[in-house]
Design a protein around this ligand. Structure first.
Ligand code: ADP
Length: 446
């Protein structure tokens, strides 16, 4: 097992990883920018190294500074968390060249899944259902028209190098396809420096359902069920739940087994998430995230499995500590992302938290580095914490969530808490009756 892990991240996820390491008897090194010197994750780590000024490109994305921090502290592994360098295959390779373990999959698998067209081809070849569309990039309008006629309108034009929901255009009919293609190409070129685009059938009201998967270097693979992340604003997840209100046990087992078998064939190492759109009983692959995800705690609550601990064990060459047959799903969990943002306009609201009180009691988990007096820096993501609530049923989980949202206090900055207080009483949400566009409609009604 590793002696010392350097956590190449910040905020709640750095704290989360620090907790797993300490439980395993592993020493930790926090790295931080000058803006994060007072952060809770820095205080709770065994050692800390300042790696640069506030801007992420000069600190959390600064590979030479992070390698230097590893050398200075003698860390033998790096956990990248999510975001920042977590899906940077070059970073994984550089660490390896320095004899430091990257806690994550192989650089090759990160690279494959990082390119949308290659990822989709790979998924298809592994037996994962994909959205009908073009086989790779479409280079001319005549081809595009022919393919779109085959898949049927509306179609979605997507940028190969796209990300964060950018570089997509819907063509509702044949007449609008060429203009959608040229707009998408121009936007893709400007945003990603690559004008390759491809076509997909556009799904009207799908849910976003993702499967958590895990594999070790001894040939063991398991899936940990699904998360429903359909509640999104501008393609950003806002609330996630496990299990999905839309799936039954049979459907869960079926898609979970397809994904686990695919990962076994690929020889996938560590934890990953295969994301699908789900409509009328069909799953359509959209992408794979080759890292830990923000919403992993809902799966932990329902399965009782510490996903970060498993990640560390696997990276150290050990077997994962359970097999598929040991995975039992208990009850229901919901996560709310608490962002320092205006709950109506979503404008960021950095500043000092004057009072912070976190809810507690049975089934309540708060992953947050916030505290009374904490100054939220303006340079990074606005998520300041996650409220994760577990109950024996979805109904109990909702009861507990409502009272937790009454208990939580974050004063001094605006947060998304009022949005969740409204949401948990909405009849459609309470019925689990929603899709990926539902939240934007709900917000427009407020
Ligand atoms: P990105 O990497 O930019 O996040 P994704 O391929 O994951 O791109 O898609 C982002 C979001 O766009 C999805 O969560 C979904 O809301 C929407 N989307 C993607 N593909 C389709 C599709 N074929 N039909 C309808 N919506 C889609």
């Amino acid at each position: 097992m590793f002696e010392k892990v350097l956590i190449a991240n910040r905020g709640e996820i750095a704290l989360r990883i620090n907790r797993a390491c300490h439980e395993m008897g592993i020493k930790t090194v926090a790295v931080h920018s000058t803006a994060d010197a007072d952060a809770m994750y820095v205080r709770l780590a065994d050692e800390s190294v300042c790696i640069g000024p506030p801007q992420a490109r000069d600190s959390y994305l600064n590979i030479p500074a992070i390698i230097a921090a590893c050398e200075i502290t003698g860390a033998d592994a790096v956990h990248p968390g999510y975001g920042f360098l977590s899906e940077n295959s070059r970073f994984a390779e550089i660490l390896e060249a320095h004899g430091i373990t990257f806690i994550g999959p192989t650089a090759e698998h990160i690279r494959i899944m990082g390119d949308k067209i290659i990822a989709k081809k790979t998924a298809k070849s592994l037996g994962i259902p994909v959205v009908p569309g073009s086989d790779g990039a479409v280079t001319n309008d005549a081809d595009a028209l022919r393919i779109a006629d085959e898949i049927g309108y509306p179609v979605l034009v997507k940028a190969s190098s796209g990300g964060g929901g950018r570089g997509m255009k819907v063509a509702p009919d044949r007449e609008s396809l060429s203009s959608a293609l040229s707009t998408a190409r121009t936007e893709a070129k400007a945003a990603f420096g690559d004008d390759a685009v491809y076509l997909e059938k556009y799904l009207g009201q799908p849910r976003h359902i993702e499967i958590q998967v895990i594999g070790d270097s001894h040939g063991n693979v398991a899936h940990l069920g699904e998360r429903d992340c359909s509640l999104q604003r501008r393609h950003q997840k806002v609330l996630e739940e496990c299990p999905s209100p839309a799936l039954n046990q049979e459907e869960r087992d079926k898609i979970g087994t397809i994904v686990a078998n695919a990962m076994q064939k690929l020889g996938y190492l560590g934890v990953g998430t295969v994301e699908f759109l789900y409509e009328e009983g069909q799953f359509y692959f959209i992408e794979m995230n080759t890292r830990l995800q923000v919403e992993h705690p809902v799966t932990e609550a329902v399965t009782g499995i510490d996903i970060v601990r498993e990640q560390i064990r696997i990276a150290a060459g050990l077997e994962m500590s359970f097999r598929q047959k040991d995975v039992v799903f208990h009850g229901h969990a919901i996560e709310c992302r608490i962002n320092a943002e205006d709950p109506h306009t979503f404008a960021p609201s950095p500043g000092v938290i004057k009072e912070f009180h976190q809810p507690g009691g049975l089934g309540v988990r708060v992953d947050s580095g916030a505290y009374t007096g904490y100054r939220i820096p303006p340079y990074y993501d606005s998520m300041i914490g996650k409220l994760i609530v577990h109950g024996t049923s979805r109904n109990e989980c909702l009861m507990r969530l409502r009272r937790s949202l009454r208990e939580i206090v974050v004063d001094g900055v605006k947060t998304t808490i009022p949005l969740f207080q409204e949401l948990v009483n909405d009849p459609e949400f309470v019925n689990g009756d929603y899709h990926i566009h539902w939240l934007e409609d709900f917000l427009a009604r407020q």
